[in-house]
Design a protein around this ligand. Structure first.
Ligand code: KIV
Ligand code: NA
Length: 276
């Protein structure tokens, strides 16, 4: 299996081969997503919500991202691993942004970072790209701005749709290798997909993107409570997990687990002498 690189993604965009991205947060999710053929693994700061139980992505720290990135990298052979810069990281000074992004690449082992926003983070993005750190952009609904935006579709009126197109172009000029569009009307995403030379990865952004991304726990229904309409359910592993645990608990209570298949026994010669 040869690892997915920026050149692979470039080729896929040119060929019209759709790119499949999914989030992963630990060793088993990375291993399974790799085995399932995902091209890109996103260590999303959504981990704050689906793995750590926070109400938003805002509390997630750089050390959380590093810890989870390291586990994902150990489980991923073929996919390119992309890690989110957490809340308020890309807005800091050039040196601070480089330091954080550098740690994600060097200590975390990710192949790229992802940054939410445009205007306020352009300088930081340019600094990273200039330092050889691949950056993925992310505009539209940017969950780190939940306290301003809420969770709703972006770019529905003329001015905000035009603003999204402009932002997409500015980010491309700043050197991002791909762009996530979250919760935008399909027509706006299609327009951006046509204009940009780089892959556009959609989540709630319709059918015309170069690729799609979904949150692992959402598409597999793994104890994820929110289910936005853009999510399709491909499995219900949460139900399976709960059912498995329920049966285990019941068998422990009843004393039917462990059974004779699950125990270690003494050799009979030892047993005879031990208890004689
Ligand atoms: O954190 C995340 O999972 C994301 C995707 C939803 C794009 O940023
Ligand atoms: Na994110």
């Amino acid at each position: 299996k040869t690892r997915v690189t920026l050149r692979t993604l470039d080729r896929m965009k040119k060929e019209g081969t759709k790119i499949a991205m999914v989030t992963a947060y630990d060793y088993p999710s990375a291993k399974l997503a790799d085995a399932g053929g995902a091209d890109l693994l996103l260590v999303g700061d959504s981990l704050g919500m689906v793995v750590l139980g926070y109400e938003s992505t805002v509390p997630v720290t750089l050390s959380d991202m590093l810890h989870h990135t390291q586990a994902v990298v150990r489980g991923a052979d073929r996919p390119l691993v992309v890690t989110d810069l957490p809340f308020l990281t890309a807005h800091l000074s050039r040196d601070e942004v480089l330091k954080a992004a550098g740690r994600i690449i060097q200590e975390g082992g990710a192949g790229a970072i992802k940054v939410e926003g445009c205007e306020e983070v352009l300088a930081g993005i340019r600094a990273c790209v200039g330092a050889g750190i691949p950056v993925m952009g992310h505009i539209g609904l940017t969950p780190q701005a939940v306290h301003q935006l809420g969770y709703r579709v972006q770019g529905k009126d003329l001015a905000s749709a035009q603003k999204l197109v402009e932002e997409a172009e500015r980010l491309t000029d700043a050197g991002v290798f791909a762009l996530v569009l979250e919760c935008v009307p399909e027509e706006v995403a299609a327009q951006i997909q046509q204009r940009l030379p780089i892959p556009v990865i959609g989540i709630g952004a319709g059918r015309h993107c170069d690729g799609q991304v979904l949150v692992y726990h959402d598409l597999l229904q793994y104890a994820s409570e929110i289910r936005p309409s853009f999510v399709k359910t491909y499995a219900k592993i949460g139900d399976e997990v709960e059912q498995g645990i329920r049966q285990y608990v019941q068998e422990v209570r009843q004393g039917t687990f462990p059974g004779t298949d699950h125990i270690y026994s003494l050799p009979s010669a030892v047993k005879e002498r031990l208890f004689s």
